[in-house]
Design a protein around this ligand. Structure first.
Ligand code: SAH
Length: 347
């Protein structure tokens, strides 16, 4: 028995040939799986009963369920998904006037331990399958249509986990989500956010992945960044610079730097100056992020955030302040952590 959603299209064609079925059946089955997102063979109404029974004998579906959802005062909805093996991850639906964003997870827990992020306290339990990544989008989409009568417009890999450390499954999901014959989302409406895995950044360029790239920079110097992100030891600014240059030379796409403003740590004019210097290296945009409380730091005050933003703008760096959403239900960036006995915390 095999997970049907791990089978490539060509393997499905081969399987059908072996069962004396015409190749066009593969297209129909693929459509049921990746466009209509059914979770059982019984629902494939244009497939003969005999073939459905054959399929059932050889394949199964690993189904992702919504275990719980919580709605914030600002309309943000947090989902807790239960995976086929009982493990849990979170995803978030973020509605604004212009767009509806699905924030999704790439791993169960995280192997990194960025000191400002709640997910970093969980151990990495496993990578998500590409089908589990897509299931999150499908559930969030359903909710969006139900609550707001609008489909998702954007997807961001900013939930739990480090997407570039689950590269193959993330890219497989990206391909399904953007395939015009399936979900058909435009490639630039997907954002892959990384804590800074230089090798992964280069690989995105080698594979010509057109999704937007966001780098969680958070500090403009090696001395400061290493204090809050241990991943920085292998991916320091020099290494990241080289990877970003490689990325830009091939993709010609700007990069977004996410910059969390922490009081008296990285929010002074001196920091802003260092950030401007870094930003001159390749075309980019900066998203200033308000710190969502995870118990470890104090966020910069709104006046300081404004001053920081103004400095960047005066130096011609496209900058915006990202408002925090869903804080009251712990759905905001960095606040995702499963709060039950299924999780294992780092020592
Ligand atoms: N591992 C990836 C994606 C997940 S985190 C990455 O690091 O980019 C998504 C974003 O939320 C990142 O920019 C992360 O740095 C940010 N984040 C983490 N903790 C936060 C907090 N407490 N407040 C605000 N943003 C936070």
């Amino acid at each position: 028995m095999q997970d049907i959603r791990k089978i490539s299209f060509s393997d499905l064609v081969k399987f059908l040939e072996n069962h004396n079925e015409p190749a066009f059946r593969a297209k129909q089955i693929y459509e049921w799986i990746w466009k209509k997102h059914v979770f059982s063979f019984d629902q494939m109404s244009n497939i003969s009963k005999k073939l459905r029974e054959h399929l059932q004998k050889h394949f199964y579906f690993n189904v992702t369920h919504v275990s719980q959802n919580l709605t914030s005062q600002d309309g943000t909805v947090k989902f807790i998904f239960r995976l086929y093996d009982g493990k849990k991850v979170e995803g978030v639906l973020i509605p604004t006037q212009k767009r509806i964003t699905a924030c999704i997870s790439s791993q169960v827990g995280c192997s990194l331990d960025c000191s400002f992020c709640a997910t970093g306290r969980m151990k990495l339990l496993r990578n998500l399958e590409s089908s589990e990544i897509i299931d999150q989008v499908v559930h969030i989409q359903q909710k969006s249509l139900e609550l707001y009568q609008r489909p998702i417009t954007n997807i961001v890999f900013m939930g739990m986990g480090e997407p570039l450390l689950n590269y193959s499954n993330v890219i497989r999901a990206y391909v399904h989500l953007t395939d015009p014959k399936e979900m058909g989302l435009s490639t630039r409406r997907l954002t892959i956010s990384t804590a800074g895995i230089a090798k992964g950044i280069k690989r995105l360029a080698d594979d010509n992945i057109k999704a937007k790239l966001a780098l969680s920079l958070h500090a403009p110097t090696d001395e400061k960044r290493i204090k809050i992100m241990s991943i920085h030891a292998q991916n320091n600014l020099k290494v990241l610079h080289e990877a970003l240059q490689y990325y830009y030379s091939r993709m010609k796409q700007y990069v977004t730097y996410e910059y969390l403003l922490l009081k008296d740590f990285n929010d002074t004019l001196e920091d802003a100056k260092a950030l401007v210097k870094w930003c001159r290296k390749i075309p980019c945009k900066v998203n200033l992020i308000e710190y969502n409380n995870t118990g470890t730091f104090t966020g910069s005050n709104p006046e300081q955030i404004k001053i920081f933003e103004q400095y960047l703008l005066q130096h011609d760096i496209p900058t915006s302040i990202r408002k925090s959403r869903g804080q009251d239900i712990n759905a905001a960036c960095g606040q995702l952590i499963i709060q039950d006995k299924s999780i294992i915390l780092k020592e």
